[in-house]
Design a protein around this ligand. Structure first.
Ligand code: HAM
Length: 419
């Protein structure tokens, strides 16, 4: 045996019950919300040829610093997916399903990040991607879907920031203007931001450094560089969000950490979390990505929500709580026969959750186990019950007491009491 117990690698963790039950409930709820809008599940592989992810942007942290890439035994360079949009769009390019193609997904992603609360190296996302239409109302549908999902979870303190990065041309003009602005004041810029300026001028807007604050505040905004088409598209998105009653703030300096975005971008922040890790989801349009990955030019829009962080936000707001009990019924069998085997099976077949204890424990020990299980009801069989063909149904949580019922009416009694 090892001297020390093994531990999960840094940046990963085990999700044990009851958190795992809540996790599954979150994904089920997401499937319901996405399904209600015609999105169908897609399950892409967890690793891809590394080139698929290079499209996220050579200058982004995700690609430059955080990718888990390696050569496999066949000499291919493979990367664990740092996100799923590129995988889903690669799947679109490969299979060419008819458009509009509306897909949802859930699953883990891998980024070599500095691990801390709310920032993991393996983290889960749920998300949607919609390929085909350029329609601004699709952007609004996608944003509203995420909003409705947060509402269904019970979260109330989520803020939505939206921005437009314009078309590829608009964006190039904007990046040139930004570069000129910062280069004219290089001396006043922090050293880190000077390095960022070389590789990715947009990211300088993201600087939280005190030294950069004035220059960032004075930087030109994307809004002033939007072409007519992009401006109209953005107006339609915000009008539709207004019509849907989804509250948002236009954030002209919102930049996202991935490079494929054009036009609409958005982010959801949980006010109940620390500012450094309060982004619970984000997304936007990526009209050039499908073409980059080998499909005919096909616009796309989507989002991904971080499951880990969303659940932290639920904790902070005291909503979407973990289930209190793993089972409904606990069978206590003091006869030492096979009644516990048969009764648990019968209860499970009736669609109720049932468990029992093992290793011939005493009646007292079994009753303790029943209490610990969190079950609402115990089904107890002793010698008398066995001889009479009855069981005793006992309330474990309230004050409804106990009653002896025949084996035939056991299920009806359990159902009635659990209601
Ligand atoms: P992202 O902003 O990189 O976008 O990630 C979306 C969400 O995933 C974040 O808001 C955050 O909640 C969660 N997340 C990211 N990194 C971590 C981490 N290290 N630990 C915990 N949670 C994390 C995307 O991934 C895009 N694919 C979104 C998208 C879909 N755009 C268009 N379609």
């Amino acid at each position: 045996m090892a001297d020390q117990p093994f531990r999960a690698p840094k940046g990963t963790r085990d999700i044990l019950w009851p958190d795992s039950a809540r996790w599954r409930a979150l994904v089920d709820l997401f499937a319901d919300v996405a399904g209600s809008a015609g999105y169908l599940e897609v399950i892409p592989p967890m690793f891809e040829h590394v080139e698929v992810f290079r499209r996220l942007g050579e200058a982004t942290d995700v690609v430059r610093k955080e990718m888990y890439s390696f050569e496999d035994k066949g000499g291919r360079t493979i990367a664990l997916r740092p996100e799923q949009t590129a995988s889903v769009v690669r799947a679109f390019a490969e299979h060419r399903p008819p458009v509009p193609w509306k897909a949802w997904y859930a699953g883990p992603n891998f980024r070599y990040e500095r691990a801390q609360k709310g920032r993991f190296r393996q983290f889960d996302q749920v998300g949607v991607e919609a390929l085909g239409p350029e329609d601004a109302h699709l952007d609004a549908e996608v944003i509203a879907l995420a909003w409705r999902f947060y509402q269904r979870l019970g979260l109330r303190r989520i803020t939505l920031l939206v921005n437009s990065l314009g078309s590829t041309d608009d964006r190039q003009r904007y990046v040139a203007a930004l570069r000129a602005h910062f280069e004219a004041h290089l001396d006043a810029l922090s050293e880190e931001s000077r390095a960022t300026l070389d590789t990715n001028p947009l990211r300088v807007l993201d600087s939280r450094r005190e030294a950069d604050a004035d220059l960032v505040a004075a930087a030109p905004t994307m809004a002033d560089h939007l072409g007519d088409d992009s401006a109209t598209h953005f107006d339609q998105v915000t009008d539709a969000l207004d019509a849907l009653g989804v509250p948002f703030t236009v954030a002209p300096r919102l930049v996202r950490g991935l490079d494929y975005y054009v036009r609409t971008t958005f982010e959801f922040a949980a006010e109940a979390l620390d500012a450094a890790q309060n982004a619970v989801g984000g997304g936007g349009r990526y009209d050039g990505l499908a073409e980059d990955l080998g499909a005919p030019p096909t616009p796309g829009v989507g989002f991904a929500l971080g499951v880990d962080r969303t659940l932290l936000a639920c904790d902070a707001e005291g909503v979407f709580e973990a289930p209190a009990a793993a089972v409904d019924v606990f069978v206590v069998d003091a006869t030492g026969g096979n009644l516990a085997v048969v009764l648990t099976d019968r209860i499970r077949l009736a669609g109720l959750r049932a468990d029992r204890s093992w290793d011939d424990r005493s009646m007292k020990a079994q009753m303790k186990a029943a209490d610990r299980s969190g079950a609402a009801l115990a089904v107890i069989v002793g010698d008398d019950e066995r001889d009479n063909g009855t069981v005793t149904v006992r309330d474990l949580r309230g004050d409804a007491g106990q009653e002896a019922v025949t084996l035939d009416s056991m299920i009806d009694t359990l159902r009635a009491r659990l209601r």
